[in-house]
Write a protein that binds this ligand. Structure first.
Ligand code: ADP
Ligand code: ADP
Ligand code: MG
Length: 503
């Protein structure tokens, strides 16, 4: 096993990796931009190296600076987290060429899967169903038009190098195609430096169901079950869960086998995710492979009891998978909510600022992965994620009730958050019944008054009351009700949403 690992990332995922390293007795090296000098991941690591100004392309995307920090620190391996350089095949190759271990798949496997049209072809050859559409990237709108007519409208224009929902356009009518083709292509060019796009039939009432796979360098590939990620906003996941309410054991087995086959075909080693889209007839199609640890991996960890980062490290160090497919047990139900500093009442605009007050949830069956705390700044430079909140329950109902309870324990002041939005989803009859598709948010979240939603807590009010209370406390009052701020805080806590305080 390695002795020292460098984590080429920031925020919650850097913290997540550091935690497992610490449990395994490995030393950790953080890298940070000038905006992250005091960040939690820097404070938690054994050593830390500054790698440049705040913009990611001048720091966290600086391949040479990161490799240089690894060499100077004496780290033997680099964990890329997700985002940033995690799916950059060139970086994986460079790390290997520098005599270091990249904790992830080989650059070659990444290249095969990173190009979505190449991945589609590989899957077709492997007998894994893919969405009907173009075989290769499409050069011009005329060719796109012909393919769209063949597979039938609506179609989706997608970026070959795509990720994070970028470079994707839905086309309902033939006459709209040329303009949308050009916008998708230019968006892809600016996001990925690669303007190639291709066409897929648009699957209606689709569900996004993905399979976690894990593979070692000795030919063993195992899947760890599915995650349902259909609760999305603008093609980005918001709430994830496992198991999916859609799958029966037979379908789970079929999709799991397809996922394992997909990983085998590209010579994959390490953790990866095969994403599928499932149509209303319950037919499933390969969407893409994410060749890295996924944001929502804790959902799988909660129901399997495995530590995916530990497995990643063991595999990268040459170890064998410690289990076979039939030894994987899945227990109960897990949900994850992504808590963002965004304003759900203002089209989810990032809500930048200082976390003036932050009280976190806890208790039975609750896990919170976060890279920020009270006093930290949510900046314009990076993803405005505050935390991932994960709950486990013996049943789906229990996991949902626990999630509502835990979300309500948050008190955050200084920024707006998506907590009220998550609570709105969690009390929606269709979500609770497991009857939804990827359009759930788009179709149902219209003219919703979040603050007025069924007993919805006004978290801003709670947080403000807490701040006022704390500031008024020196020394703490003998009589609990003697401080006006405390009275208002207690009143808020007991009456919740009826209080109308606002920052
Ligand atoms: P997940 O399936 O794990 O939710 P996402 O596709 O949402 O993955 O991406 C995870 C993170 O990686 C997000 O922060 C996203 O913005 C970023 N990301 C995804 N693809 C790319 C890419 N090609 N280039 C840069 N960042 C990316
Ligand atoms: P990204 O790399 O941006 O994650 P994906 O191919 O995984 O791109 O697609 C992201 C999301 O877009 C999916 O989860 C799904 O909601 C939607 N989507 C993608 N392809 C299709 C399709 N052919 N039909 C319907 N929805 C799709
Ligand atoms: Mg995807």
């Amino acid at each position: 096993m390695f002795k020292k690992i460098l984590i080429a990332n920031r925020g919650e995922i850097a913290v997540r990796v550091i935690r497992t390293c610490r449990e395994m007795g490995l030393r950790t090296v953080a890298v940070y931009s000038q905006a992250d000098r005091l960040a939690l991941h820097v404070r938690m690591a054994d050593e830390a190296y500054e790698i440049g100004p705040p913009p990611a392309r001048e720091s966290y995307l600086g391949q040479d600076k990161i490799i240089d920090a690894a060499k100077r620190s004496g780290a033997e391996a680099i964990h890329p987290g997700y985002g940033f350089l995690s799916e950059n095949a060139g970086f994986a190759d460079k790390v290997a060429a520098a005599g270091l271990v990249f904790i992830g798949p080989s650059g070659a496997a990444m290249r095969q899967m990173g190009d979505k049209t190449a991945a589609r072809q590989l899957m077709q050859n492997a007998g894994v169903p893919t969405v009907p559409g173009s075989k290769d990237a499409v050069d011009d709108p005329h060719e796109a038009q012909a393919i769209a007519e063949r597979v039938g409208f609506p179609v989706l224009i997608k970026a070959s190098a795509g990720g994070g929902g970028k470079g994707m356009r839905l086309v309902h009518r033939a006459e709209d195609l040329p303009a949308l083709f050009n916008t998708a292509s230019s968006e892809a060019r600016s996001a990925f430096d690669d303007g190639r796009v291709y066409i897929e039939k648009y699957v209606e009432t689709p569900r996004h169901i993905e399979f976690q796979i894990i593979a070692d360098h000795h030919g063993n590939v195992v899947h760890l079950g599915e995650r349902e990620c259909s609760i999305q906003r603008r093609h980005q996941k918001v709430i994830e869960e496992s198991p999916s309410t859609l799958l029966d054991e037979k379908m789970r087995q079929q999709m799991g086998e397809a996922a394992v086959e997909a990983a085998r075909r590209c010579g994959y080693a390490n953790a990866g995710t095969i994403e599928f889209i499932v149509d209303k007839h319950h037919h499933f199609y390969f969407l893409e492979m994410n060749t890295r640890l996924q944001v929502e991996h804790p959902v799988t960890e909660m129901i399997t009891g495995l530590d995916l980062v530990r497995l990643q490290l063991e595999i990268a160090a040459g170890g064998k998978l410690p289990f076979r497919q039939e030894q994987i047990e899945r227990r109960g139900h897990a949900l994850e909510c992504r808590v963002y500093a965004e304003d759900p009442e203002n089209d989810f605009l990032p809500s930048i600022g200082k976390l003036k007050h932050m009280q976190r949830p806890g208790g039975n069956g609750v896990r919170e992965d976060s890279g920020v705390g009270e006093g930290d700044e949510i900046s314009i430079y990076y993803d405005p994620m505050i935390a991932k909140l994960i709950t486990w329950g013996a049943s789906r109902d229990e996991a949902i009730c626990r999630m509502r309870r835990a979300l309500n324990e948050y008190e955050i002041a200084g920024v707006r958050t998506t907590i009220p939005f998550c609570l709105w989803v969690l009390q929606h009859a269709k979500f609770c019944a497991g009857e939804f598709d990827t359009h759930f948010v788009q179709n149902e979240f219209r003219d919703v008054q979040l603050a007025a939603t069924n007993g919805q807590l006004d978290l801003t009010a709670a947080a403000l009351a807490a701040v006022l209370y704390r500031e008024s406390q020196s020394p703490p009052p003998e009589n609990e009700t003697s401080s006006p701020a405390h009275t208002s805080y207690r009143a808020w806590k007991s009456r919740g949403w009826k209080q109308t305080l606002r920052v």
